[in-house]
Design a protein around this ligand. Structure first.
Ligand SMILES: [Zn+2]
Length: 587
């Protein structure tokens, strides 16, 4: 344990058979060597850390070996092999194009190509990160690549094949390296642990392999760090701790809380996770991955994509059976949005909590959209209560042209929303008495003022409160409001109804409490204006809400299915997407 060397270097493969996870490439190369059908230029493509440079070095060593095995492998014992292994061979030249990408760098390389090897058969030129070469450097290189001397072999390596010029691609034999699978990585780590006498739980090695995302170099360096951190005893929990990964048990518990709509439990669990030092984005990403794994477990065909340690697989399969695919899909959408939104959120913890709240109510949301509406309908109609209606005695109103509202005229109305009849989608505007619009029958503001002044002069006592004059007085006030750009006040007043109660009293009838409040806010100005218009200090009014059928009051509103759906999508926009994906119809 004391002399533990960085495993990436110590366990670098020495021949083709020990290269992990690239057998499709090593087999082809061995066959080419055996059959003497070597190309002069190779292009090794693939992600970082999967063995491109390693394979290039093995190839260089093998073709120069004085004593190749029948299998097409280097002997690792001849002079040439030893010089390759200790780095003293003159037949291998490596150029890192990431840092040496100028024309001059390529020219000096091309210069060397002219000299034949003093020992061995081949001179091998490895150009790493070849996509980084400048265009001029590429061109300088092209000529040599076209007509190389027989002893020269070029191996170009790149992580970005699409950046390679077609003229280069067409001159190379191309090998695509694969990401190393989690299982291959786990096996390789296991071999190293056995050789180094390190005890390691399999779940821990799986976590390391997963974290390295197919890059063996990363997997080995993580292994090294955890070995030095734990003194050679690698367990699931100390690996999680070292890699700052949340135990999957937390996700299973969180899912359980959400499915049962135990909102407070979900929030408390997140608080615990947070206090353990896991930030919101780590949790969101981890939970997204978790739900994704559950979703692929649902279908036996897709279950091969389940990338979790063997010990957990059974639990995933079990829980996925208990969870609807629609929930998982909707949750994934919601989580993806949350992960994106997280960066912009000011209060990160609150933001994650909001996501948890949405996820906790997701089940309910899906039930409403997917069932035939029976549950929600029942709930909503249960809450409908009869609305008592205060009677408003109408005096003098028949003498005038104002039509009284049919449902309120001189009776005590008890309004019950009929349960079977779907409510009108939008509250119909049925003001008790509609005032003529200010544009008609009205001159300019100045004219009106003059008229009012004249009227005020001509009457000595209070002006009688009659509908026609009340209408005129209100119109004047509406013009004043419009002049002050108080469009809301003017609009509400315009659509309200007016009923005269007695000589000094009238009622303003609004459609809802919001309108009532708007007019209430104007009270002092309106009453002042009306008292002076009618020359009557005793003039007063009350504002009532006309609770007629279909009025836009949330407590009394009975939603049809489309409205329920609309309301849901406002609260949970993803439901719309879900519906479209699953092609559900809202009837
Ligand atoms: Zn050899």
């Amino acid at each position: 344990m004391d002399k533990f060397i960085v495993s990436a270097r110590k366990y670098r493969p020495q021949n083709f058979s020990t290269v992990v996870g690239q057998s499709h490439i090593t087999t082809t190369l061995k066959n080419a060597i055996n059959n003497n059908q070597l190309a002069h230029a190779f292009l090794f493509c693939g992600p970082r850390g999967v063995g491109k440079t390693t394979c290039a070095r093995i190839l260089a060593k093998t073709i120069n070996c004085e004593n190749k095995t029948k299998d097409g492998e280097a002997c690792n014992t001849c002079n040439s092999c030893i010089s390759f292994d200790n780095g003293s061979s003159m037949n291998i030249h490596e150029l890192d194009a990431a840092s040496n990408n100028s024309v001059d760098d390529i020219r000096s390389l091309v210069e060397q190509v002219r000299f034949a090897p003093q020992a061995g058969d081949y001179k091998v030129y490895i150009v790493d990160e070849v996509h980084m070469l400048s265009a001029a450097a590429f061109n300088a290189f092209l000529k040599t690549l076209e007509e190389p001397p027989p002893y020269a072999i070029f191996i170009l390596a790149t992580t970005e094949k699409h950046k390679i010029l077609p003229t280069i691609l067409s001159r190379c034999q191309i090998f695509d390296f694969k990401r190393i699978t989690t299982n291959d990585t786990v096996e390789h780590l296991r071999e190293i642990c056995d050789k180094e006498e390190i005890t390691a739980e399999k779940t821990a090695l799986h976590i390391i392999a997963q974290k390295s995302e197919g890059c063996m170099r990363d997997a080995l360096s993580i292994l090294d760090k955890i070995v030095s951190f734990t003194g050679g005893k690698i367990t699931y929990s100390n690996t999680l701790e070292h890699l700052n990964i949340l135990d999957e048990d937390y996700y299973f518990t969180m899912l359980d809380h959400m499915r049962k709509q135990h909102l407070s439990d979900a929030l408390l669990l997140f608080d615990t996770i947070n206090q353990k030092g896991f930030e919101g984005d780590t949790f969101l990403e981890g939970f997204t991955e978790f739900v994704r794994n559950l979703l692929v477990s649902k279908d036996p065909k897709a279950a091969v994509l389940l990338d979790v340690a063997e010990d957990f697989k059974q639990k995933y399969l079990q829980v996925s059976l208990e969870t609807e695919a629609s929930w998982m899909l909707a949750a994934l959408n919601l989580l993806t949005d949350s992960t994106i939104g997280y960066k912009q959120a000011r209060n990160k913890k609150l933001f994650v909590e909001m996501s948890l709240i949405k996820l906790s109510y997701l089940q309910q949301a899906l039930e409403i959209t997917s069932t035939d509406g029976g549950i929600s309908k029942k709930k909503l109609t249960d809450s409908v209560k009869p609305v008592a209606f205060r009677s408003i005695p109408i005096r003098r109103i028949q003498e005038e042209n104002i039509v009284p509202p049919p449902q309120t005229a001189g009776r005590t109305a008890t309004l019950i929303i009929e349960q079977e009849k779907p409510a009108a989608p939008v509250a119909k505007k049925e003001p008790a008495a509609t005032l003529p619009s200010p544009a008609t029958g009205m001159g300019s503001l100045a004219n009106i003022r003059a008229k009012v002044a004249e009227q005020n002069k001509s009457v000595s006592g209070p002006k009688p409160l009659v509908p026609d004059d009340l209408t005129k007085a209100v119109e004047i006030h509406i013009s004043k409001l419009l002049a002050k750009k108080n469009n809301l006040g003017a609009g509400v007043l315009k659509t309200s109804g007016f009923e005269i109660v007695d000589d000094n009293t009238f009622t303003i009838i609004t459609d809802n409490t919001l309108q009532q409040k708007v007019i209430e806010a104007e009270r002092s100005e309106l009453i002042h204006h009306l008292q002076s218009y009618f020359n009557n200090r005793a003039l007063k009014y009350t504002i009532v809400v006309n609770k007629k059928e279909g009025a836009n009051e949330p407590e009394e509103k009975q939603l049809n299915r489309k409205q329920q759906y609309q309301l849901m999508t406002e609260q949970y926009p993803k439901i719309k997407e879900l519906r479209e994906r699953l092609r559900l119809e809202v009837d």
